[in-house]
Ligand binder design. Structure first.
Ligand code: FAD
Length: 360
């Protein structure tokens, strides 16, 4: 195992970082170390539980807007070139707010979202102050992370299952130069990180079968989030949600919350009442929230070692993950080229050839 570069975490954030590293020719020098991998389920592994879509759910802080834009552009391209393999589909979306969102956010969205249209106020349902439609991407979350792992393996990235007791243990050998910390919710307690700004944001969702639903619909309330996300390449499954419960870390699911989700989503989209709609399962997941937003930051550790933190993606790890990954890898690139040893350079040459063969 080369492990010149170690990515800790195989959620969508770690996998996106590994993808950007591979695109820069570093696939063969990269090892992903994680307790949970695509295919696993655990309340300590958020990525399989996501809806998932691109939505206008982010706040209006500058970083979030930049990461969202980069993520949207990459995911839309992926939907066009490898939609089936990556389990991503372009989908028409309607989003409604009970209070009009900040102008800064709206103008950023209007700038890059395809088919962005402000809905006429007379067409909005009672209680809605503002609405837009645009072309979004919907993502089959469990299949997408599996796709990323398969693709990364083809690009020379190695995967190694291990639960680390301290972030320092990610420096697997003397050859490890850079560690990307993508541990999601574990950032709060993992020794070597212990970031008290981190907190879980619980969501409960219903997995339903409702093939009649082909559009993505969101309603952003003052203290609630309601969403309907058709799951691509799933034979008509649809995710209904949801909840955004700060500091709630339980993986239990509750019947009264399932009832609330059904009530709100079927009011938003009455065609859910069609005969044949089935509720298949109820799940809960914990978004990795962080006061002040995600942390993407380079830290110089002892002996010239570098750690790049990339965690706290909250409710936007799929939509912003590639944008976050580009920033995180960008921080490390100057250090990587400076510190690679002779053998690493030989490996890198092989990696570049392989990336070219894979048409990256
Ligand atoms: C109900 C719900 C709906 C959502 N919908 C959307 C959506 O529509 N769009 C969107 O963009 N996002 C959505 N999200 C948010 C998205 O799922 C998260 O932002 C994303 O999954 C976070 O990914 P992550 O890689 O940071 O964390 P995780 O997926 O939790 O991955 C963390 C990784 O770190 C590993 N790890 C942790 N500690 C250690 C350790 N000590 N040693 C080794 N490995 C360790 C874990 O094993 C795992 O591999 C949703 C989330 C939920 C819960």
């Amino acid at each position: 195992m080369s492990a010149t570069i170690v990515v800790v975490g195989a959620g969508v954030i770690g996998l996106d970082v590994a993808l950007i590293l591979a695109e820069n020719g570093y696939g063969h020098l990269t090892t992903v170390v994680a307790q949970h991998m695509p295919g696993d389920t655990s309340i300590d592994y958020t990525s399989p539980w996501a809806g998932a879509n691109f939505s206008a759910i982010s706040g209006s802080d500058k970083n979030a807007l930049i990461w969202d834009k980069a993520g949207y552009q990459r995911l839309m391209r992926l939907a066009s070139t490898e939609g089936l393999e990556s389990a991503i589909r372009k989908t028409q979306s309607f989003e409604y707010w009970d209070e009009k969102p900040a102008e800064q956010k709206l103008s950023s969205l209007a700038d890059y979202l395809e088919d962005f249209t402000v809905l006429p106020s007379e067409k909005l349902m009672p209680g809605v102050a503002y609405g837009v439609s645009f072309t979004t991407v919907t993502i089959n979350a469990p299949r997408h992370i599996q796709y990323l792992k398969n693709k990364l393996e083809l690009l020379g990235v190695q995967f190694f299952r291990r639960k680390l007791d301290h972030l320092d243990h990610a420096f697997l050998s003397d050859r490890t130069k850079v560690v990307f910390n993508c541990v999601g919710n574990a950032a709060r307690h993992l020794p070597g990180v212990q970031d008290s700004n981190c907190f879980p944001v619980r969501g409960q969702i219903l997995l339903t079968r409702a093939p009649q639903i082909e559009t993505n619909v969101m309603r952003h309330g003052k203290d609630y989030e309601t969403y309907i996300i058709p799951r691509p390449y799933s034979n008509g499954n649809v995710i209904l949600g949801g909840f955004m419960q700060k500091n709630n870390g339980t993986g239990d699911t509750f019947a009264h919350e399932a009832e609330s989700i059904w009530q709100r989503t079927s009011t938003l989209e009455p065609s859910l009442h069609a005969s044949g709609t089935e509720v298949l399962a109820t799940f809960a997941g914990l978004r990795p929230g962080r006061q002040g937003g995600a942390r993407i930051e380079l830290e110089e550790a002892q002996a010239g070692r570098i750690v790049v933190h990339n965690y706290g993606a909250g409710g936007t790890g799929y939509q912003a993950g590639l944008g976050m990954g580009m920033e995180a890898v960008g921080l490390a690139l100057p250090h990587l080229s400076k510190t690679l040893s002779g053998q690493d350079v030989v490996d890198l040459h092989a990696a570049e050839q392989s990336a070219r063969r894979a048409n990256l």
